[in-house]
Design a protein around this ligand. Structure first.
Ligand code: PEP
Ligand code: MN
Length: 332
């Protein structure tokens, strides 16, 4: 249940109520908000006069639900706003991993030249094998931050465990939680304690309910700036790396108030399919696209097969502009 308290409630009383209901407390649009589990269906008699408004739910998809707020939340990424009334699809580009200053500078120059705003690059890579390239860590974060300053780009990069959260907050504009890390309660709780936007990638075996409940950890802990990212599920199919769940995206758009980013690069696993998938995603009226692009994909240290080269990425932008325009959106 979500409860908005009347304005009269003072701090002491809010704390008392929070304790007696075993609830989370957040401030949302000027309201004092208490959140309990969805098992609670009625406001206890003794607090009824202190309640302004309340919402009852069937499941623990609560703060993220359209039942609570029926418009997509606005999330600010540096100087760019997605969600709300913006009708903007942010095209996030950059390599899978930050590999060197030269490489990430080339990516930054490409985005700048194309009038784009947001650079991605992993520094703490959640690799499947311990023998693969694990990312440059702090050195990579410092390179991203240098690019952010020199090129005026917003930066998104991932955390692999909770100990990375503070560093990533310091050097970037969006914290990415990877598909394998999205169940990590330490990461989710640490991300709840900041106001930095958090992009949560859906695990490849994660139901929509579990996915949104991961977001609820961050929202109920006090950070309203959550973005969901669909990046493909594992199915019986082996010819593509994963299966992009566009039906799931339609469900999220209908039932949740969180901005949605789609990642066709990781879903497809092969560069050849990425442009058409990106167009299909854009046609759904989404808040962002995450596309891996590398100055020379053949030598990329991670996800080489799926990264576009610069020429392909430039070509894609023109196509996405037309698709976006046809539904009243713009690529930013
Ligand atoms: C990535 O974005 O490079 C990445 C590793 O993604 P995912 O967590 O979706 O596999
Ligand atoms: Mn990758």
């Amino acid at each position: 249940m979500i409860i908005h308290l009347k304005k009269e409630a003072d701090k002491e009383r809010i704390a008392e109520l929070q304790k007696s209901l075993n609830a989370f407390y957040i401030k949302r649009n000027g309201n004092d908000v208490l959140i309990t589990g969805s098992g609670m269906k009625q406001v206890p008699d003794d607090i009824q006069k202190e309640v302004q408004e309340f919402w009852v739910f069937d499941t623990d998809v609560q703060l993220a639900s359209k039942t609570y707020e029926n418009k997509t939340r606005e999330v600010k990424i540096g100087n760019v706003t997605i969600g709300g009334e913006s009708k903007s699809t942010i095209l996030i580009g950059g390599p899978c991993s930050v590999e060197s200053e030269e490489q990430i500078r080339e990516s930054s120059e490409l985005l700048k030249e194309m009038g784009l705003t947001t650079l991605r690059g992993g520094c703490y890579k959640p690799r499947t094998s311990p023998y693969s390239f694990q990312g440059l860590g702090l050195k990579g974060l410092k390179l991203l931050s240098k690019m952010r300053e020199e090129y005026g780009l917003n930066v998104i990069t991932e955390v692999r465990d909770a100990s990375h959260v503070q560093e990533v907050i310091e050097y970037s504009d969006v914290i990415q939680i990877g598909a394998k890390a999205m169940y990590d309660q330490g990461i989710l709780r640490a991300c709840a304690k900041t106001q930095k936007p958090v992009l949560i990638k859906r695990g490849f075996g994660t139901s929509l309910k579990e996915f949104v409940q991961a977001a609820e950890f961050v929202l109920s802990g006090g950070n309203p700036n959550v973005i969901l990212c669909e990046r493909g599920l594992r199915t019986f199919e082996t010819y593509t790396r994963f299966t992009l769940d566009l039906c799931g995206v339609a469900w999220l758009q209908e039932h949740t108030n969180l901005p949605i980013v789609l990642d066709p690069s990781h879903a497809m696993g092969y560069a050849y399919g990425v442009p058409n998938l990106a167009k299909a995603c854009t046609a759904m009226g989404i808040d962002g696209l995450l596309i891996e692009v590398h100055p020379d994909p053949s030598v990329a240290k991670s996800d080489a097969s799926q990264q576009l080269d610069h020429e392909q990425f430039r070509g894609l932008k023109g196509q996405l502009d037309s698709v976006a325009q046809s539904i009243g959106y713009q690529i930013v």
